[in-house]
Design a protein around this ligand. Structure first.
Ligand SMILES: Nc1ncnc2c1ncn2[C@@H]1O[C@H](COP(=O)(O)OP(=O)(O)O)[C@@H](O)[C@H]1O
Ligand SMILES: [Mg+2]
Length: 478
């Protein structure tokens, strides 16, 4: 909380993006890589060379996504689905195979990484091992001349400005008249003034370098950098670590320095690629909440990548679920939980995952299985009409199953595993007479033991149906 207060008071130095609108748009983005070739396998290599088509591996397909200015968007999906590749495309670390990426109204496809005004935080932290924390934080700032000039202009240092004014006048008067005239043109005089200001600043710094610290003159750029670093370091509670080397930090501290480096640069967009994966569970949960509140305060558009659906659900304002190089669904966390668009999203979001059972539909609203049968609630008959006598996949979450009485509408299960967590109990087993695994979250005080036969009742208003051929959800009316 202290860090939040600090953020508010120091907001002036960290205002995100200096007012620029930084929405991020992906338009039909494709990415493929040359296939990795096994040099020893000559036959396979020759075959690949013959068939140009198959010598590339498609990693991202048809990526269309609009991220709003200031939004916290999470990209979530299993390992290898293309999340890091998508981030690297935005950062400019990979080249697009097709499509466009825009930040604000700028098409950034062709811009070099440095010109994109984007800061990325990696899982590996990527700190410079030979630099102190302070210099790691300062590194990106010293390499941004255009931004520093911006800072220099903002700085209201009357003394330095006056000195520069005097030098400008003196220099101007010693010039030939024709040049003086030129210099009177406001724009050019200003440019000279800026250059002299920087020169005077550096000369003064060099001349006072050997004096005791309080008497030394610091170039304005360095003063701005230092102020910025102090603010960020206090915000992330790493201000006591500024003189240490990365090897003298814990994993959590390194991770904060990496975050700090991104924040200090005050970019238009933050990209974060699984930044919490190397932390232990407790620290991960804490830092999760901290990143979210930092982002809300800074208001910087953020794209956060994770394979962990709990992280996605707790951090994202919206989540894009990815699988095999394609976006499956985009929505707010509870939208994805309540209305998954397909079987993949249904199984990926929610823990423990949704149960799936193959069933037959008999119009208008009967669901049939050799172990149970029930009537679908209102809204469903119209939606399933075209599937009469067809097979569908019934989906029901563990938290929407309860222990119930023996009844034809309930699911009989042989219990194979009981996990009592104190607050709740997870019961796992097989739907009787089938190989379908079922998992139910039942009340903690219900006595269930391995080998029991129990009946599970479904909350019918919470069930889902999927087309087994396409995986798409069937959506009830109303
Ligand atoms: N430079 C590369 N050359 C070839 N294949 C790559 C390259 N980078 C990534 N890939 C492949 O692209 C796929 C997606 O990788 P990645 O974006 O790292 O996935 P994620 O971050 O979701 O785990 C993987 O199959 C990976 O092997
Ligand atoms: Mg990755």
């Amino acid at each position: 909380m202290a860090s939040l207060l600090l953020l508010q008071t120091c907001g002036w130095i960290l205002e995100a993006g200096e007012g620029a609108v930084a929405n991020v748009e992906f338009e039909n983005v494709y990415k493929s890589f040359p296939a990795r070739q096994n040099k020893k396998d000559k036959a396979a290599q020759a075959q690949l060379e013959n068939t140009k088509q198959s010598s590339r591996v498609s990693v991202l397909r048809r990526i269309n996504l609009s991220i709003e200015d200031g939004e916290f968007m999470v990209l979530v999906g299993p390992s290898g689905c293309g999340k890091s590749t998508l981030l690297r495309l935005i950062a400019g670390l990979e080249e697009l195979t097709g499509g466009n990426i825009r930040v604000g109204d700028r098409l950034i496809n062709q811009l070099p990484p440095k010109a994109r005004d984007i800061a990325m935080v990696f899982q590996s932290y990527a700190l410079y091992p030979h630099l102190t924390v302070y210099n790691n934080l300062a590194f990106g700032l010293r390499r941004m001349p255009s931004k520093q000039e911006g800072l220099l202009e903002q700085k209201d240092n009357a003394d330095a400005a006056e000195l520069a004014e005097q030098i400008t006048d003196a220099v101007t008067q010693s010039l030939p008249r024709s040049m003086q005239y030129e210099l009177e043109q406001e724009r050019q005089a200003n440019a000279l003034r800026q250059a002299l200001l920087g020169w005077a600043d550096r000369t003064l710094a060099a001349a006072t370098r050997s004096l005791p610290k309080p008497l030394r003159h610091k170039p304005e750029q360095e003063q701005e950098i230092e102020a910025r670093i102090r603010t960020v370091a206090e915000m992330l509670q790493i201000d006591h670590l500024l003189n240490r080397l990365p090897k003298e930090l814990s994993g959590g501290q390194k991770q904060r320095v990496a975050l700090g480096r991104a924040i200090a640069r005050n970019p238009q967009v933050f990209l974060m690629d699984e930044p919490l994966s190397n932390l232990d569970a407790k620290l991960r949960a804490e830092t999760r909440a901290q990143i979210v509140s930092l982002q809300r305060q800074l208001g910087t558009t953020t794209i956060y990548v994770t394979h962990d659906q709990v992280e996605a659900m707790t951090m994202g304002q919206r989540i894009a679920v990815m699988a095999e190089g394609e976006i499956q669904q985009v929505g707010a966390p509870l939208e994805l939980y309540n209305r998954p668009a397909n079987r993949f999203v249904a199984g990926f979001i929610g823990s423990p995952p949704m149960n799936f059972i193959p069933v037959t539909i008999q119009a208008p609203a009967l669901v049939l299985h050799e172990q149970f049968r029930f009537t679908l609630p209102d809204g469903w008959p119209g939606a399933v009409a075209s599937h009469d006598r067809g097979e569908l996949l019934l989906g029901i979450r563990p938290e929407h199953l309860q222990l119930g009485p023996a009844a034809t509408k309930n699911l009989p299960m042989r219990v194979e595993q009981v996990e009592a967590l104190g607050s709740e109990t997870f019961v796992v087993g097989k739907l009787l007479g089938t190989e379908v695994t079922l998992q139910a979250r039942v009340e903690a005080d219900k006595p269930v033991t391995i080998g029991d036969e129990v009946w599970l009742s479904m909350r019918l208003e919470k069930l889902h149906l999927f087309d087994p051929a396409t995986g798409l959800a069937i959506v009830p009316e109303g």
